[in-house]
Write a protein that binds this ligand. Structure first.
Ligand code: C2O
Ligand code: CU
Length: 453
């Protein structure tokens, strides 16, 4: 275990008071520029774009079955839109510019209003110029409480990110072609809830629900807990039917979430959330520990299931998605707005990736599905980089090699040259984006969509 050394100085861990979880959905959310101390004390502040002058945006919290209503006010210098990541909501409220709504122009307000059929850990973020807007800070947690939540002593949300900051506090420039054509935009600083290695006091004997959310642009986190033991109870908001013992290392790709229920078992005076890097493990958050020793408790019950939309694998329509492009890839050409362009012309437009031969969102959907129909999509990653494919509007299950279905997710990581198959029931009508959540890749062409009607 090493403490993170930042810019050659040992950062005094920037301990700030935790934002209290608001009990009620607010009715206005304002996107605007905002200054906050991100670098260690003594370094300049950073100018961010954030919701309601907080980074991350304040937790929005509601109860399963409620309706959320929010006026999003755009006080930014750019058009924006807000996506409610992972919610199986009304398509018109999905927040994708030019697919589900016109972008919210500077000075304008857009009202989002939708039902919340599912409990779980979600997040909200800008979906306009998201490579830039999410990196500048336009994201926050969105927690939907179960009607009967599990009995825990603390319910703690950690939104993880990596940000690329200069020593003067400014955010690293955007649009460099290396980010777009390689592994995406990787930061030089890890953040949990907008802070470097924040502290969350815990007591031995406590049972804690830990909600991990990755808001990272492109980084794939490999995480572990030291001093806490427990179970994975949900992935991407959806409960696991059978909680899984927490392994030593867990992977959190961009946009993915993981709910843990853990017990405080350490005899040490600190526990850690660790990010594993090539040269060892670093604390991304830590937990000062007090209280008398206490053993790990019994396995928790599964969280109550969300509404089920069974997948009919036998009669499912089959489709394929070929992922091509990027540095060291073999892509020679792709179609853009119906025109076939060679690699050099694509690069000139900042396009480096293609899905089924098309770079950028195509005019026609990848799939035009009937409501209630089941579909399976075999995805082949014919590139030298990993990709975190995210489908809006539904959750899918992975079709495992033995033909069974894995847990429901909304974002799946495909490693280089890997082939994975997903399946879902098209239960939610509308036009749904399907894209790589490595936001640099999405910007550089990795986006398509499906229609359900
Ligand atoms: Cu987190 Cu297309 O979204
Ligand atoms: Cu990607």
């Amino acid at each position: 275990m090493h403490r993170r050394h930042f810019l050659g100085t040992l950062a005094a861990s920037g301990v700030l008071p935790r934002t209290a979880l608001s009990q009620q959905a607010p009715d206005v959310l304002t996107a605007a520029t905002h200054r906050q101390q991100i670098l260690p004390a003594g370094y300049p502040e950073t100018t961010l774009w954030s919701f309601d002058a907080a980074f991350p945006g304040r937790p929005l919290r509601a109860r399963q079955g409620d309706r959320l209503a929010l006026d999003v006010v755009n006080d930014l210098p750019q058009p924006t839109a807000v996506h409610w990541h992972g919610l199986r909501l009304d398509n018109a409220m999905d927040g994708v510019p030019y697919l589900t709504q016109a972008p919210i122009q500077p000075g304008e307000t857009f009202t989002y209003e939708f039902d919340l059929p599912d409990a779980g850990t979600y997040w909200y973020h800008s979906h306009a110029q998201s490579m830039e807007q999410v990196e500048r800070g336009l994201y926050g947690p969105l927690i939907i409480d179960e009607i009967n939540p599990p009995d825990v002593d603390q319910d703690l949300t950690l939104v993880l990110d990596d940000i690329r900051l200069n020593q003067d506090g400014t955010i690293g420039e955007f649009g460099n072609f290396h980010d777009l054509s390689h592994a995406g935009r990787i930061g030089n600083l890890w953040l949990a809830n907008g802070q470097i290695d924040p502290a969350y006091p815990i007591k031995r004997g406590e049972r804690i629900r830990l909600r991990l959310i990755s808001a990272a642009n492109s980084r794939i986190f490999t995480l572990g807990l030291a001093g806490l033991e427990g179970w994975i109870v949900a992935l991407d908001g959806m409960p696991l039917a059978d909680p899984q013992e927490l392994p030593d290392q867990i992977t959190l790709a961009p946009a993915q979430r993981m709910d843990l229920i853990v017990d405080v078992t350490t005899d040490d005076d600190e526990a850690f959330l660790i990010t594993f890097e090539r040269d060892g493990g670093y604390a991304i958050a830590h937990f000062p520990v007090s209280g008398a020793p206490s053993p790990k408790r019994a396995k928790p019950d599964a969280l109550p299931a969300n509404p089920d939309f069974p997948i009919d694998l036998q009669n499912a329509r089959a489709a394929t998605l070929l992922i091509e492009g990027g540095a060291m890839g073999g892509m020679r050409a792709a179609s853009v707005d119906g025109e076939q362009l060679g690699a050099r012309d694509l690069a000139q437009r900042g396009l480096f990736w293609a899905l089924n031969g098309t770079a950028g969102r195509p005019e026609d959907p990848l799939l035009d599905l009937k409501l209630g129909e089941s579909v399976r999509i075999g995805m082949a990653n014919d590139t030298a980089f990993p990709h975190a494919m995210h489908l809006h509007g539904v959750h899918f299950a992975e079709v495992l090699p033995d033909g069974s279905l894995g847990p429901l997710r909304d974002t799946i990581l495909l490693n280089p040259q890997e082939t994975r198959e997903i399946a879902f029931q098209a239960h939610n009508p509308g036009d749904w984006l399907f894209h790589c959540h490595m936001l640099a890749h999405h910007q550089a062409g990795m986006g398509t969509w499906i229609r359900v009607s």
